[in-house]
Design a protein around this ligand. Sequence first.
Ligand code: FUB
Length: 321
Amino acid sequence: MKARYLFPNDYMADPAVHIFNGKLYIYPSHDRESGIPENDNGDHFDMKDYHVLSMNDIDSDVIDHGVVLDVKDIPWAGRQLWDSDVAFKNGKYYLYFSMKDKNDIFHIGVAVADKPEGPFIPQPDPIRGSYSIDPCVFEDNGEFYMYFGGLWGGQLQRYRDNKALESAAFPADNEPTIPSRVVRLSNDMLQFAEEPRPLVILDEHGNPLTNADNERRFFEASWMHKYKGKYYFSYSTGDTHKLCYATSDNPYGPFTYKGVILTPVIGWTTHHAIIEWKGKWYLFHHDCVPSNGLTWLRSLKLTELQYNDDDTIKTIEGTEN
Ligand code: FUB
């Protein structure tokens, strides 16, 4: 299968992808030109609404269901609607989204809909105890787990043991890197059921990846899928611009680093979803080729993902077209 751009009409990024009622739904971030200069805090990613996209088949056109949630309708809104994900339970669809509050602190919010294409009605407050960005919600044996977190502009370095620090702190180079987090959701899907736990990624010797290891350590963009009974946690390495993955026998980990899914794309970030549909596996992600490399105007892309005989993932070239 040739890689293809999914939605040339607009700039969208950070795809979360799910099959609901036999159709494929994409929940992207909606990039726009806000005129804010690029910086390490990500202020130039100043998105203010979400659309839902869907596809009837993997090679069919993408249908745009329009705006399903706007920052002006979220009671606790400050700014910046970043990555989101959607889960289905008991007839309702739950949209989990990253957004800064009025004090410029990222939290994770929830909005609820009766249909996968929304509209989504936001809860009055963010999830209690939530922080940072990039929620990915994964169902396993009737339980729902959220994987979240992001460094730098995603503010994860401002927290230790789920408490805000007085100021951001990074470990020393030889110390374990800052981990992403995993938490089980409450039965009503609106809160955390427990304290978030660190998601530890070990190297081939059983040692946690270190802070200096930015070719392999977690940066942002959590995604979880299961293949042949194993949990595959995938993520972006941020400043080294790769999508990598680690596997475990337990949704809480520890995970063991396995390799690179996608080499760097044109653009600073990439961010992805991995999904099986009709017997094949696909990688949805984004790059900045259509905007001629403007890092804040990203375009959705789709390509096939394949496994080796030993269940490792075949590396895809980020510049493949
Ligand atoms: O889209 C804004 C942010 O950029 C996302 O939340 C990150 O994962 C990165 O893709």
